[in-house]
Design a protein around this ligand. Structure first.
Ligand code: GLP
Length: 214
């Protein structure tokens, strides 16, 4: 693991976008794992700018998103499909049918998500954020290292943290479909971006703590 310390979220986004752009330049058919949340937004802005400048093309890139709320359709403004369309996909030259996100309305398809990833050749580079309690995707602390894409129950702390995006806490779905830790660790390379003082504890435990499912 290589730790890169930067000044702020803007610089973190720039650094992550440089790595991703470089991998796309070297492999135009890259299979890219993507994340939602506020953390990746600066990264996405730089990728959009690089695409507009003609430095990178997503025309042959395939993407797999980590997770989706259970019960929300892709038109729901808080669904991760909607988030990705608005914040990235509509603004770059990607083919929408090469962008995969677990289907919040068809949780039974979760079991097939890892097969789709494998059929695409596996994820070359996975971008990750980090939840306040250390969750990755929607894998709450304690999730098995062997987990594949599965339905998860969200903890109270995650529901509370994500309530800022909904009208009220009661509107936050209590379940999600998330790639598992094994699905994520199968990626050939991973960039985890964490910014803000409220992530400090999770980051220090990630970097200095003992390896565990917590
Ligand atoms: C959600 C997502 C995670 C994300 C986390 C942190 O729970 N499922 O993938 O890492 O939020 O969000 P933020 O980047 O807004 O702090």
């Amino acid at each position: 693991m290589k730790v890169i310390k930067v000044k702020n979220s803007e610089e973190a986004g720039l650094r992550a976008s440089i790595i991703i752009s470089n991998r796309i330049q070297n492999n135009p058919s890259l299979v890219l794992g993507l994340a939602t949340g506020s953390t990746p937004l600066p990264t996405y802005e730089h990728l959009i700018a690089n695409n507009r400048k003609g430095l990178i093309s997503f025309a042959n890139v395939t993407t797999f998103n980590l997770d989706e709320y259970r019960g929300l359709n892709g038109q729901h403004p808080q669904s991760y499909r909607f988030f990705m369309n608005e914040n990235l996909f509509k603004k770059i030259d990607i083919k929408l049918d090469r962008t995969f996100i677990p289907d919040g309305l068809n949780p039974s398809e979760a079991a097939n998500y890892d097969n789709l990833i494998a059929e695409a050749g596996g994820i070359d580079l996975q971008l990750l954020g980090l939840g306040l309690n250390g969750h990755i995707g929607f894998n709450e602390p304690g999730t098995s290292f062997e987990s594949l894409t599965h339905i998860v129950g969200l903890t109270d702390s995650t529901i509370e943290a994500n309530a800022r995006f909904f009208e009220s806490k009661e509107d936050v779905p209590t379940q999600a479909i998330s790639m598992g830790l094994k699905s994520i660790m199968n990626a050939k390379e991973i960039i985890l971006v964490a910014t803000g003082a409220n992530k400090a504890l999770a980051v220090s435990q990630l970097v200095k703590g003992t390896l565990s499912e917590e």
